[in-house]
Every structure is written in C-alpha cells, then in structure tokens.
Design a protein around this ligand. Sequence first.
Ligand code: FES
Length: 108
Amino acid sequence: MPRPKKHVFVCNQSRPPGHPRGSCGKNGGTELLQAFWQELQKRNLYDVVAVTYSGCIGPCDSGPNVLVYPDGTLYSKVSPSDIAEIFDSHLLGDRPVERLLAPQEVWN
Ligand code: FES
C-alpha cells in the first residue's frame, strides 16, 4: 500500500452520559468521521491521504478534534462543513487551516 502524505485521525471516543470530560463522540465525532471518509472517496485521494478513527486525543471539551500527521496539527471544534477547506488548504496544499487550530495552551 502507498505511504500517505497526510494521515488524519478523527477522534470518535465516547463516554457515558454525564461523564465530566465529555467526548468527541457526543459532539458529532462519528458524523465528522463519516464526512471525512465521504470526501476522501469523492476526491479519490487514497494514495495521498489516510483517514482513521481514533480514541481520545486530549482536549475532549473542545471536540470533535482532528489530528493530522506527520506535522502533528490539532484541529478543534471541526464540523463537516470545514472538511473541504481542510483538504484543499492543508492535506493538499500544506497550509493548515488557522481558524480551526487548537489553542496553543493545549500543548502545555
Ligand atoms: S474524547 Fe476526543 S479528544 Fe478526548
């Protein structure tokens, strides 16, 4: 299989109702993952981009969160309507979508 240039991890962690950390699953992570896969299929970029579901990435209360490697870019509060821009700007153009970046404090 070809090595993808970008690997997109979409958090699909779920937690029980009322859990204090919340979860990306509760905030639309599953719908977001499905939308990423649809966009990947529509663009037929399987040799360039991989999209994989993941467990918890960290900042649960700002989900759904999306992590892109190899650069380690973390996006928060991503919605399906953001996906085309992520593909065009970041996954194909190597320019991360600034407005969706997780706050720098997440990494402290
Ligand atoms: S549940 Fe998605 S980052 Fe924790």
